[in-house]
Design a binder for this molecule. Structure first.
Ligand code: MN
Length: 317
């Protein structure tokens, strides 16, 4: 009972997160991870090949198969696939339409909350947003983001959701992986903005894609209210419509503000990201304030926690 899928890097990352608790410590040559769940062993290779072996391979495969239902559209074309994936292109002149966009910040940072924002950018607001410098937030400094965000939040309807670390850690421990948490937040932010602009309807909704649409809707299968109509997914969506660029700026602005508050709390500037500097700082925080404190400012399931404990035990004890 073996099935092989060819999946893109993003999906494999998603899978690695999904199977996190079942991942084996040793991996075969050329593999990214090997996970054993009841009735199925999943091995993902750097080449994009993913092997499902065992009696219950089918249910696992179905989780990751690119669904071709009409309930979603995808414009992601970067995929290593044996079969060409069904690609729905965006409506013509998409960048000029009235769109609700959503994006998230903080998911790769050990310290700080996860922030998701959605924003509605109407056709008529596009010129003013361009004038204010709304563009891909990755090209902007924190100061520019703060200046632009403060201006645009009084112009466009938006929704901002901040998931603080304690709540995030609780959700994570009760079985929500990060992808599911993100999906729930995006869906909620989109619902909020849709309600805010009603009875007006957007021409479409664009989500900055963090997983395959099929996986996204699977994460939302137990939610009562799921936005599906006119929903498009795109990677690098900040460059596809200003609504996502605006959402991204609002989310980043809120993230930076919360991050600064946490830094004030600990008395020094916390490092962003999830690198070696973060391990060192987390270890010193365990030494100073105890591990419980980490729960309130970090994403505990990141490997940084384990590394910080190791540093703490070898350096501070
Ligand atoms: Mn994004």
């Amino acid at each position: 009972m073996t099935k092989v899928l060819h999946l893109n890097k993003e999906t494999i990352k998603q899978m690695e997160n999904h199977y996190r608790e079942y991942i084996s410590l040793t991996v075969p040559q050329g593999a990214i991870f090997l996970a054993r769940v009841t009735g199925c062993t999943i091995t993902a290779y750097r080449s994009g090949k993913v092997m499902f072996q065992g009696a219950k391979f089918e249910s696992e495969v179905n989780l990751w198969l690119q669904s071709n239902k009409d309930s979603f559209k995808t414009i992601s074309t970067k995929t290593v696939s044996t079969k060409p994936k069904q690609v729905h292109t965006l409506p013509r002149n998409f960048e000029t339409l009235s769109i609700i966009g959503s994006d998230e910040v903080g998911t790769g940072d050990y310290f700080g909350p996860v922030v998701v924002a959605s924003a509605f950018v109407e056709q008529s607001n596009i010129p003013i947003l361009q004038q204010l410098g709304v563009q891909d937030s990755k090209d902007l400094t924190d100061k520019q983001i703060s200046d632009i965000a403060q201006k645009i939040i009084s112009i466009i309807p938006y929704s901002l959701l901040v998931l603080h670390n304690e709540k995030y850690n609780n959700l994570q421990q009760s079985g929500y992986n990060q992808g599911k948490i993100k999906a729930i937040l995006h869906n909620q932010a989109l619902l909020n903005t849709s309600k805010r602009i009603a009875p007006k309807n957007p021409d479409g909704i664009l989500i900055d894609q963090f997983c395959e649409p099929g996986v996204y809707y699977n994460y939302l299968k137990n939610e009562d209210n799921v936005i599906r109509d006119n929903v498009y997914f795109s990677t690098k969506a900040e460059g596809v419509h200003l609504a996502v660029a605006a959402a991204s700026i609002i989310a980043r602005y809120a993230f930076v503000q919360h991050f600064d508050l946490l830094s004030k709390d600990v008395g020094f500037t916390l490092p962003k990201g999830a690198g070696a500097k973060v391990d060192e700082i987390a270890a010193s925080l365990i030494a100073q304030k105890g591990e419980d404190f980490l729960h309130t400012i970090s994403k505990m399931h990141f490997a940084n926690t384990r590394k910080a404990r190791d540093i703490f035990h070898s350096k501070y004890k």
